[in-house]
Design a protein around this ligand. Structure first.
Ligand code: THG
Length: 369
């Protein structure tokens, strides 16, 4: 496949870490929230093996925050998500589907409750700030909404725990999954959460106003030498094997939370008020007609840049492959597909045109691992 470079401009924002990762050998970018998000440092398969064994630092500043504060902030955040946040606690992160009045997904952010009147919505790739402002204006909510100057650096991989303990002390090892707290480095406090877009374990450092961010970045690489630290980025293979969904790729505004298997983040029976609640009740009672499933093909490479039709033996379209990669673990191509109800059962045969050949594959459950 021919590749093209990205023409940078003010509209495609860099991050405070761009200067570092370009020295360290970033080889591909994607665009996420109008910002550069590194997509590769050389071979994605080599990075995958490294991530599963050691520790990596990722420039994920493109996971932008929408800060919502003020008297009505909890009401607004709840209005945007079908997950019941009425019992949420300060210092915790919540994975929250954001939906519209038609129950179509707008985003799948991590929501951080800093306190009852201050929230960060840590975004996947869509302009939630405009949606939030529209809702606040329409409802005359007393809130302040803006994009704070926060640039996340993720520390991911099994060695991230030892590395972070060395840099921030043993308190950080006790942080529970999806909990966050403040930790000091170089005289500055950083919000650090035990989270990240891999299943290899790790942390995310929300660097504010880029206070000592680059110093911390360099320090982590210095201390991380003994753990074979490398720069990295969200890894296509690792995230597909782990079933971590990518908004805009696997799921979008044409899908509802049930179709995306977000059932455990949907609370239609609670008292809370959110957009799309009535529609979700209707969908639940009628049942969904498509669902995200895994698919596997007994081939050793694939590169998809859009949707790929999946068909049955009679060439009827029965699903849409949305992301895929070669998995070194399964020694097969694996992918995430939106399957029609008639063909979403495990072991269902599917056909697709891949690398110029008609390949046959099978539907399987998610996550793969
Ligand atoms: N970290 C932060 N912001 C983000 C992401 C992140 N914003 C964009 C994107 N990633 C949002 N998408 C996800 C998807 C999955 C998870 C986090 C963000 C995730 N899921 C866990 C799982 O599936 O096991 C746990 C979810 C739960 O049950 O609470 O971590 O990565 N800051």
């Amino acid at each position: 496949m021919k590749s093209f470079s990205i023409a940078k401009s003010r509209r495609l924002r860099g991050t405070p870490y761009t200067s570092r990762i370009e020295k360290q050998g970033v080889t591909a970018y994607t665009i996420y929230n109008h910002m550069l998000l590194p997509a590769a440092f050389g071979s994605i398969e080599d990075s995958y093996h490294h991530l599963k064994q050691y520790v990596q630092i990722w420039d994920v500043a493109a996971e932008r925050q929408v800060e919502i504060s003020g008297k009505d902030s909890a009401k607004l955040v709840q209005l945007m998500t079908c997950r019941d946040l009425s019992k949420s606690k300060d210092g915790r992160c919540y994975y929250c589907p954001i939906i519209d009045d038609n129950a179509g997904l707008i985003n799948d952010p991590v929501v951080l409750r800093l306190n009852e009147n201050k929230w960060w919505v840590s975004l996947a790739d869509s302009d939630v700030i405009l949606f939030a402002k529209g809702l606040a204006i329409g409802n005359k909510f007393d809130v302040k909404i803006f994009e704070p100057d926060v640039d996340i650096m993720a520390i991911q991989g099994p060695k991230s725990f030892e590395l972070m303990e060395k840099v921030f002390g043993d308190k950080i090892v006790n942080l529970k999954f999806f909990g966050f707290d403040y930790f000091e480095f170089g005289g500055d406090k950083h919000l650090i959460a035990r989270s990240g877009w891999s299943k290899q374990g790790g942390y995310e450092i929300y660097v504010e106003h880029n206070v000592s961010g680059l110093k911390l970045y360099d320090h982590l690489f210095e201390i991380g030498k003994e753990f074979n630290i490398k720069p990295g980025c969200p890894n296509l293979i690792e995230r597909i094997e782990s079933g971590l969904l990518s908004y805009g790729n696997d799921i979008d505004n044409g899908d509802n939370p049930y179709e995306c298997r977000f059932d455990k983040y949907v609370n239609i029976d609670s008292e809370v008020n959110f957009l799309g609640k009535e529609k979700l009740k209707k969908i639940k009672s009628e049942g969904i007609k498509k669902k995200l499933m895994g698919v596997m093909f007994d081939i050793d490479k694939i590169s998809i840049t859009g949707s790929l039709d999946l068909s049955d033996q009679d060439n009827n379209i029965i699903g849409e492959l949305r992301s895929a990669c070669y998995s070194p673990h399964f020694k097969k191509v694996i992918g995430i597909a939106m399957m029609k109800k008639s063909h979403w059962n495990i072991d269902q045969n599917v056909k697709a045109s891949i690398n110029g050949d008609i390949c046959s594959g099978k539907v399987c459950d998610l996550p793969f691992i």
